[in-house]
Design a protein around this ligand. Structure first.
Ligand SMILES: [Zn+2]
Length: 424
């Protein structure tokens, strides 16, 4: 509507202008040498207007002809880009569908149309990988790693390949290079942790570990690898501090302290650990220094004084009391444990031992041994991966060679053990 009004206004102005020009009259004369060209003024204005329009049209055509090659080039580039993008999409679909050969064909087209960009190279490497051509993929990854704008992508692919092949030396070198390109990348940290675990480089694994990871175990494993006694003791201290309930760390730290001459501290560490999580292995280093059964009973009472009602405390007290001939004390420790329903096999066996020591009913002893068979098993170090049982904690399961899978547990082993070889 507004445009129509505008056109009407322009037309009205044009007609008014023409009428005004016609009414104005007058002539325009051009004198060239002796000849004279004369015309009316309105006609001269009309001629000038037509001449302007013709000149404008000629210049526009010349401009269009000059711009034509560039426009053709842009059109061609756009078409290639569109076709290239379509080839990239088809490559992605082929990769998602797991058809390696189709992916290789499409990515070759994409590279022809778009050139070697980080995207097309990465897709080419994936297509080679999915087709099982690891060497071809490695070549493309190396090409990517050689570019400034995609070095990390190339190194990531090469690292993944080295880890899969188990080529740990190469993996370590690539990880170091990748760390320099992209410091602190989350994915890289995880790969480096995995690498450290695979190569049993516990110190490196500990340095990379987050608070959610079992740092006490890593620190203790690192301490076992350490030959320098000072550094070893420091790592054992760290392991104990990370998790006071992790008995192997407390035992190692306590032993280290005793060797360094700090007997009182060595005992205090075991007491603290017993308070955090009573564990039968803590008792041995605590009691072994005592000369006779009676002093071992007194030491037992000192060790368990902060949580005397814990099942492990009752079991330890009963065992020490039976050894010292204080049968009433042993009974006082065992009876509430068995009554609580929390007792495992060991409680019934100790009770049987106690009844025997009391010269009690042989039938009762036999009944207790039977009950022990039916009771839940005692906790032990169990590999969560293969189900092998271990006498002591170790950083790596000797049965299945898996790192960090040994747990202190009373649970049954996994339903389908991976390895059948018994633990050493
Ligand atoms: Zn195992």
């Amino acid at each position: 509507m507004r445009i129509a009004i505008l056109v009407l206004l322009v037309l009205a102005a044009g007609v008014a202008g023409s009428m005004w020009l016609a009414g104005l009259g007058g002539t325009v004369e051009i004198k060239v040498g002796d000849s004279l060209v004369a015309t009316s003024f309105p006609m001269a204005v009309l001629i000038a207007a037509i001449a302007f329009l013709v000149l404008h049209a000629i210049l526009s055509v010349i401009g269009a002809i000059r711009r034509w090659p560039r426009r053709a080039r842009v059109t061609r580039t756009l078409r290639r880009r569109e076709q290239g993008d379509a080839a990239v999409t088809r490559t992605l679909i082929a990769l998602a569908a797991g058809t390696g050969d189709a992916a290789r064909v499409e990515v070759r087209k994409a590279r022809g149309l778009l050139g070697d960009t980080p995207q097309t190279l990465l897709l080419a490497a994936e297509a080679e990988r999915i087709s099982g051509n690891e060497e071809g993929a490695a070549e493309v990854f190396r090409q990517l790693a050689g570019r400034d704008d995609a070095r990390f992508l190339g190194l990531r692919g090469l690292l993944r390949q080295a880890m899969q092949k188990g080529d740990w030396d190469a993996a370590r070198a690539i990880a170091k290079e990748a760390e320099a390109v992209q410091p602190g990348a989350f994915w890289l940290r995880e790969e480096r942790t995995q690498l450290a675990l695979e190569t049993r480089d516990w110190r490196e694994a500990l340095a990379l570990a987050t608070p959610e990871q079992p740092r006490a175990q890593l620190a203790l494993a690192a301490a076992e690898q350490e030959s320098d006694p000072k550094r070893k003791l420091e790592l054992e201290r760290q392991a104990f501090q990370f998790d006071k309930g992790f008995a192997p760390a407390a035992i190692a730290f306590s032993n280290g302290l005793r060797q360094a001459g700090s007997l009182r501290k060595a005992r205090a560490v075991l007491e603290e650990a017993w308070q955090a999580a009573p564990h039968p292995d803590l008792a041995e280093p605590y009691l072994v220094v005592e000369p006779d059964a009676l002093s071992r009973l007194r030491a037992t009472e000192a060790l368990i004084r902060r949580n005397p009602a814990a099942p492990e405390s009752r079991l330890l007290l009963a065992r020490s009391a039976i050894a010292a001939g204080q049968l009433g004390k042993a009974r006082g420790a065992l009876e509430p444990l068995i009554a609580s329903g929390e007792a495992d096999r060991r409680a019934y066996l100790l009770m049987a031992e106690l009844v025997e020591a009391e010269k009690g009913d042989a039938g009762r002893v036999a009944a207790l041994r039977e009950e022990a068979e039916a009771a839940k098993p005692a906790p032990r170090w169990l590999c969560a991966h293969c189900g092998a049982e271990h006498t002591y904690w170790k950083p790596v399961c000797t049965a299945c060679d898996t790192a960090g899978q040994l747990n202190w547990t009373a649970e049954a082993p996994p339903a389908e053990p991976v390895a059948t070889r018994p633990a050493a």
